[in-house]
Design a protein around this ligand. Structure first.
Ligand code: 13P
Ligand code: SF4
Length: 370
């Protein structure tokens, strides 16, 4: 579904501009486009891009903002699946643009329709999945997987509503197939809903029948796709242990894409929006260790310093989401200047036959959240 990568020769000239030159172009283009334009920015965007966003948020908030905006052009400073969601929830009535088409999500790429269909078929040799299994896809997934869920009685979730979505799912069928992030599924089911780990199996999509026996499939309540986020896998329980030794009164907050050990040792677990809200509401003198992407943490640390709150990044390594990082001021200036000239570049368009069932699964999620 990624649009064909046709490189506009004009982009080359932007790649040699400094960030400051791009800033001036972005500001000028924004003022020319006025209310016709909405720039949405995910919390993981680098500062040089984030500062130009009209709206920021986690995946849920950004999808709700996309659905609400009257702007003709939505420029999505995030990753590919987010721009797809914006196109789906606006019924293709807006022009959704991803400044760099290579800004994907490596976790989303760990599941694809061929593999998920194969999994569904393999499960059906043991039990009828349309009777027993609700397919739940994390929003970090391609549109055709959301469509698969919409066509099979399933639903989408984000990191901020996974518990409500799982409760909805278990009220309908006795099992859940959760993809692509095993950790969000396991953490939510175990930590928030008390489902025992023995009732969860991991579906290894590289092995026949997920590497599971008939009995394991039959007995499982949660079937967890073996996907993960390459950024969050950099955080380890020993980072938390060392912090606790050094700062005994410190608090630890993590994103649910971290593994169960990291989340289990954290004081708080939640989406990027939740992390920001929780740290921002803390008292002066509080010292935080934060287990999520570096751009968010650095920006939060700067903001909270003035309020007497210390914020530290969980890993000693510099780990950023390299695909979020692809969106730079050069690409942003290029797509905006193109719009000013009446030319649309890097539009994300989900074919309607996929968008419709995907929308059904997204709408269910939005109803469950309300
Ligand atoms: P949020 O929805 O919490 O912002 O998470 C998106 C994401 O990709 C985290 O890695
Ligand atoms: Fe995907 Fe991980 Fe980047 Fe989030 S941080 S967009 S899950 S690769």
């Amino acid at each position: 579904m990624t649009a064909a990568l046709k490189i506009d020769p004009k982009l080359d000239s932007y790649s040699f501009l400094s960030d400051e030159e791009c800033d001036a172009k972005i500001v000028a283009a924004k003022s020319k486009l006025g209310k016709r334009l909405a720039i949405l920015g995910h919390h993981y965007q680098r500062n040089e891009v984030f500062k130009h966003a009209d709206f920021s948020g986690d995946s849920l908030k950004l999808s709700q903002m996309a659905a609400k905006t009257d702007a003709e052009f939505i420029v999505f400073c995030g990753v590919h699946f987010m721009a797809e969601v914006a196109d789906i929830v606006t019924d293709g009535q807006r022009t959704v643009i991803l400044p760099d088409l290579a800004a994907g999500c490596s976790m989303a790429d760990m599941a694809n329709l061929v593999k998920v269909k194969k999994c569904w078929e393999e499960i059906s040799s043991v039990l009828d999945p349309d009777q027993h299994v609700t397919p739940v896809t994390y929003i970090n997934s391609a549109a055709d997987l959301k469509a698969f869920c919409g066509s099979h009685g399933g639903i989408v979730c984000t990191s901020s509503n996974a518990k409500a979505v799982l409760e909805w799912s278990f009220a309908r069928r006795d099992k859940v197939l959760f993809f692509p992030d095993q950790h969000l599924g396991r953490n939510t089911a175990y930590m928030q809903m008390g489902i025992p780990l023995e009732q969860m199996v991991t579906w290894d999509f590289m092995k026949p029948r997920g590497g599971l026996t008939d009995e394991q499939i039959r007995n499982a309540k949660m079937i967890l796709w073996k996907g993960f986020c390459s950024v969050h896998q950099m955080f380890h329980p020993n980072h938390i242990a060392k912090f606790r030794e050094r700062v005994p009164n410190g608090l630890v907050i993590s994103h649910p894409e971290n593994d169960l050990e990291v989340c289990g040792k954290s004081d708080f677990v939640g989406s990027t929006e939740y992390i920001l809200r929780t740290v921002r509401s803390s008292q002066p003198g509080t010292h935080w260790l934060v287990g999520t992407e570096l751009n968010l943490v650095n920006r939060l640390a700067d903001e909270m310093k003035a309020k007497g709150v210390t914020v530290e990044f969980m890993s000693p390594m510099v780990c950023m989401c390299s695909t979020m990082f692809r969106t730079d001021p050069q690409h942003l200036a290029w797509v905006l200047d193109s719009l000013v000239e009446g030319k649309t570049v890097n539009q994300i368009r989900v074919p309607r036959e996929i968008a419709q069932p995907a929308r059904a699964a997204l709408d269910l999620m939005l109803e469950v959240v309300d």
